[in-house]
Design a protein around this ligand. Structure first.
Ligand code: ADP
Length: 412
């Protein structure tokens, strides 16, 4: 038999209810042999209920036959009270050998039975088991409380860290805004001087080439700065959309014209499939072309020579609204499914080959890993969505990728 109690600092209170004083006295003596156990006596149900308000019991030993309130009624009342609903009850009675009484006892919520006259050793063993169960329940409660305290502490720490990060992020964005504008001013001055130099050096090819090199570098730098500014505005949710009715077909045809040299150099075909049938939408005439430009430039960058890019569109109803869906499908190297969401995160690059890197053609790209985040920010600012699908990444099989853009069609 296991020794009692598990916790030497705890007193295990047992409620004993019986209308016969001798029985209570006997139980009291018996339970008194167990260390750290205190029996608290009640001669009737009402006194027992009152005692449950004062003490926390680990077990009740209840006589079934009592005047006024019998044991069944008492246990039913105990079960109905939240504080005592879980209190284990052993019924003690001379008539309990009958199966009918056992069932009745279980129905009201008893957990065990003893027939009178009872075997003292068996009663003590049962009491020990219930004390053990009580101790385990208390321990679990204590662990739970400790765990809750820990979770609360960690949550507080995390929210503090989050607040700190948000402050740092804000400081970073503020810095980018200020630094970006500061850098743009001298670049504009350089641009003015290089243009002037170009016309002055018209007849000196060697010097002209150098000036053109400076100008290309300056344009690239300006583009990177502008993109950093876009990203910080998107992060701060202050990207300003100035909407007007626009035709995506017109926008895409214009981008096609601008990129024609790059397409020709790479022997790529760009098909715009019956986009003239699509309705006009409300959108920013500067921002939306930028987003589509990034996607088409990417399709060019990641599609080997001789491939094709197909742009199709349709309208659809979803979530009680009408949407315009544009699909940009290429026959390129594809994207690993694990990267399909990540590619829209800032500075994320899959590390896959960039077929354009060796090309001579000049692209207006997003900068390192910034094109798709900017495109996503622009589409989100138009209450639209953007996502990519691809069977996988394979440089030889060329499974291709499709980028989807959904924009709301606002009825005019
Ligand atoms: P960047 O092209 O400058 O790396 P982006 O944000 O435009 O940055 O794209 C992120 C990454 O997504 C790219 O590095 C590339 O791996 C992948 N990606 C984008 N578009 C395509 C595409 N059409 N086909 C295959 N991979 C693509």
């Amino acid at each position: 038999m296991t020794s009692q109690p598990q916790n030497p600092h705890r007193t295990y209170k047992i409620l004993t209810v019986d209308d016969t004083p001798n029985n209570l006295y006997l139980l009291d003596r018996l339970l008194g042999t167990l260390p750290h156990v205190e029996a608290i006596k009640a001669y009737d149900g009402n006194t027992a209920l009152a005692l449950t308000l004062e003490h926390e019991f680990c077990l009740a030993i209840v006589d079934v036959q009592m005047p006024e309130m019998d044991g069944y009624e008492l246990v039913e009342l105990l079960r109905g009270n939240q504080a005592t609903a879980q209190l284990p009850v052993i019924f003690v009675s001379a008539i309990l050998s009958d199966e009918y009484y056992h069932r009745k006892g279980y129905d009201v919520g008893a957990v065990d039975f003893m027939s009178k006259p009872f075997n003292l050793d068996i009663l003590l063993s049962k009491v020990r088991v219930f004390i053990n169960l009580y101790e385990q329940r208390i321990q679990i409660q204590e662990w739970n409380q400790a765990l809750e305290r820990m979770v609360e502490q960690r949550t507080n720490e995390l929210s503090l860290a989050y607040e700190r990060l948000a402050l740092l992020d804000q400081a970073k964005n503020d810095f980018i805004q200020v630094a970006g504008h500061e850098l743009r001013t001298p670049l504009t001055v350089i641009s003015g001087y290089t243009s002037a130099l170009r016309s002055m050096l018209k007849h000196e090819p060697a010097a002209l080439q150098m000036v053109e090199g400076i100008q290309t570098g300056q344009e690239r730098l300006l583009e990177v700065i502008n993109n950093m500014l876009y990203v910080s505005r998107i992060d701060n949710e202050v990207l300003q959309v100035l909407p007007q009715m626009i035709s995506l077909n017109e926008i895409l045809k214009k981008i096609q014209m601008e990129l024609q040299d790059a397409l020709d150099e790479r022997k790529l075909t760009l098909n715009l499939q019956e986009l003239d049938r699509l309705p006009m939408i409300e959108g920013d005439p500067d921002l939306l072309p930028k987003a589509f430009n990034y996607l088409i430039v990417n399709a060019i960058k990641y599609t080997p020579d001789g491939g094709s890019i197909t742009i199709s569109g349709s309208t659809l109803e979803d979530r009680d609204a009408q949407w315009l869906e544009i699909r940009i499908q290429d026959t390129g190297i594809g994207i690993n499914p694990e990267h399909l969401d990540l590619i829209f995160e800032k500075f994320f690059q899959t590390g896959q080959v960039n077929l354009h890197s060796s090309s001579k053609t000049k692209f207006k790209g997003g900068g390192p890993g910034l094109g798709l985040p900017i495109a996503r920010g622009i589409i989100a600012a138009h209450q639209g969505s953007i996502w990519a699908e691809s069977p996988g990444y394979d440089e030889t099989q060329l499974p291709g990728s499709t980028f989807f853009i959904r924009l709301p069609v606002v009825s005019t």
